[in-house]
Ligand binder design. Structure first.
Ligand code: FAD
Length: 293
């Protein structure tokens, strides 16, 4: 079942994200973690694509394993910033051959050496190419409640987002955010701009102090005072910070669902213990109106 069918069939959905190993030798370890996350019965799982297209074979391999061995629907990511059209077509065909019918179409971060593909400037070019290869594939795209880091004005970012959706996106997943009001404000603006596709709220459970700086650098997300105080108080104890981080993310999710935001995507980062903590905190809430896979 494609991701858009899942979103349309369920009032509440929860999905988890995993990333493929950088080294082939770590594949079994990552696959084991992915299987444990699948055992929690998310509505689907997504598998990221290495920056600049590195380890892309592992994305396909891991996504196919999850889908075939656990019967959890998958969303396989694909970035284009360092790829030629031929390389993109080859990955899309690999996904099709493996029975993967849903692709997260991303530009990818600009490489540090500045070497970008002459074939792809933005994700919209990739979306058009995937549509041209197979119009039946379900395609997701990224969006940024606080604006993408490269775009100075949020209004321009939303204009680009509208064009991207109109090019053929079925749904959007947000960048992580730690203050739900930022997300509600963004939702209001994109709906006003005429973007009507389902939006999955991206929630990142921060369970280690050192994750904070890294997550902010990567996403540009604002850290609310409440969150900062939590890290200041508990950040030096691994177990305590993990518990606090899972509870913070769970509270975000409860607030989102209470406010009618039904599709939650958790950046579970190959951590079955964190995914399980969230499910445990929310089991009755997310099972309400949810059809399990
Ligand atoms: P785009 O939609 O192309 O946007 C990038 C920038 O270009 C924005 O500032 C936008 O406003 C601007 N822009 C868009 N169109 C135009 C236009 N026509 N003219 C001028 N400016 C324009 N990275 C990975 O490497 N692998 C992953 O698996 C991965 N998964 C992700 C999943 C999610 C949910 C999110 C939110 C991000 C993910 N990323 C991943 C990171 C992503 O690749 C980066 O954020 C990247 O910098 C932007 O990708 P995009 O697809 O949003 O790009």
């Amino acid at each position: 079942m494609s991701i858009i069918d899942i979103l349309n069939n369920n009032k509440v959905t929860i999905s988890f994200e995993v990333f493929p190993p950088k080294k082939e030798t770590n594949f079994d370890e990552v696959e084991k973690a992915a299987r444990q996350i699948a055992d929690l019965h998310p509505n689907f799982m997504s598998v990221t694509y290495g920056a600049g297209g590195t380890n892309n074979k592992n994305t396909a391999h891991l996504a196919a394993d999850i889908q075939n061995k656990t019967s959890t629907p998958v969303l396989a990511h694909l970035t284009c910033v360092s790829s030629t059209k031929e390389q993109v077509a080859s990955v899309v065909h690999t996904y099709e051959d493996l029975g993967i019918d849903s692709i997260m179409a991303l530009r990818g971060d600009l490489p540090k050496d500045g070497k970008v593909s002459p074939d792809y400037t933005h994700a919209i070019d990739l979306i058009r190419d995937i549509k041209a290869i197979n119009p039946n594939l379900c395609i997701g795209g990224a969006c940024y409640p606080e604006g993408h880091v490269e775009c100075e004005r949020q209004s321009e970012d939303i204009q680009h987002l509208k064009e991207k959706v109109d090019a053929g996106l079925d749904f959007l997943t947000t960048q992580m955010f730690f203050d739900n009001d930022t997300f509600y404000n963004f939702m209001f603006k994109i709906r006003e701009a005429g973007i009507t596709v389902p939006v999955l709220a991206g929630i990142m459970p921060i369970t280690k102090k050192r994750q904070v700086a890294r997550s902010v650098a990567l996403s540009g997300a604002t850290i609310p005072h409440k969150f900062r105080r939590m890290v200041d108080r508990f950040g030096d104890s691994e177990e305590t910070m993990k518990q606090a981080g899972i509870i913070y993310a769970s509270e975000q999710i409860i607030d989102l669902i209470s406010n009618g935001i039904n599709h939650i995507h958790v950046y579970s980062m190959n951590r079955p213990d964190i995914a399980a903590g969230i499910i445990q905190n929310l089991s009755s809430i997310i099972d309400y109106d949810r059809i399990k896979k």
